[in-house]
Design a protein around this ligand. Structure first.
Ligand SMILES: Cc1cc2nc3c(=O)[nH]c(=O)nc-3n(C[C@H](O)[C@H](O)[C@H](O)COP(=O)(O)OP(=O)(O)OC[C@H]3O[C@@H](n4cnc5c(N)ncnc54)[C@H](O)[C@@H]3O)c2cc1C
Length: 220
């Protein structure tokens, strides 16, 4: 499986996958057969309720994911277990999510807010420090634990993060949320595809004519 992730709104999003496949073909000896293209749109949001009208919102459906890296498997499993326990009457899902998961999600959003302000150079400096710390202590998670700790400083920053980075909205079932808006495309997102990527696109078009399916709107 070959994937590509886009972080800004893009025209003709499938050209990025064509280019990624072409890159892999240039660098590796692939025995590749196009079968299907799957994809989706990620969304970073924090709802005001995790249980509504008898529905339990777990994992990404509840906005439970890391705003920095998009990781959400642990959140999905943990919230799924908590929802199960809540249904069995062992705990209160809403309360547990707010106590155990929401502070981490907010920390991750605060880290994203800070990183957006630091720019590429700042991010590289932090990444280098993280690598050095891992080398020195033999524990790569130590630094991560430190920057994810929902301490007083991060809690004080939260109103600024909310105001500066998140936008309000309402779900079709009437729950309100704050979410991170998609960033607009940049000038540099307009480029000409490579010859190899054009061939990959052509190959996929032929596959589509034979019934190859795409599970999402490619935006073109
Ligand atoms: C390319 C990529 C790489 C990632 N890498 C990592 C990583 O390294 N580490 C990490 O922690 N996280 C990673 N993530 C994020 C992680 O995959 C998700 O956060 C996690 O899978 C969310 O789990 P979930 O159960 O909430 O949702 P999903 O895994 O999206 O599951 C939702 C399921 O519901 C189904 N569904 C949707 N609508 C309906 C419906 N109406 N009826 C029935 N079924 C429906 C969907 O088909 C899907 O199977 C990655 C995500 C992507 C896209």
């Amino acid at each position: 499986m070959i994937c590509t992730c886009l972080w800004r709104k893009q025209r003709k999003s499938s050209r990025f996958l064509d280019e990624t496949i072409a890159w892999y073909e240039r660098h590796y000896d692939l025995d590749r057969k196009p079968i299907k293209r799957v994809g989706g749109k990620g969304d970073f949001s924090i709802p005001n309720k995790y249980v509504s009208e008898g529905r339990y919102y777990v994992g990404e459906a509840g906005g439970l994911q890391d705003f920095m890296w998009g990781f959400g498997m642990r959140y999905a499993i943990t919230s799924g277990v908590l929802a199960g326990k809540s249904i069995l009457g062992e705990l209160d899902y809403e309360q547990e999510v707010r106590k155990r998961l929401l502070p981490l999600v907010k920390s991750s959003a605060t880290n994203r807010f800070l990183m957006n302000r630091m720019g590429d150079r700042g991010f590289k400096a932090v990444a280098k420090y993280w690598m050095r710390d891992q080398h020195r202590t033999g524990d790569g998670l130590r630094f991560m634990r430190l920057i994810y700790k929902p301490g007083i400083l991060r809690r004080m920053m939260w109103p600024f993060v909310r105001l500066g980075m998140l936008r309000k909205g309402t779900t079709p079932d009437g729950r309100s949320y704050v979410r991170m808006p998609f960033r607009r495309a940049l000038k540099r997102d307009d480029w000409e595809p490579s010859r190899e990527a054009e061939l990959v696109a052509l190959e996929w078009k032929m596959k589509q004519n034979e019934g190859g399916r795409t599970s999402f709107q490619a935006g073109d």
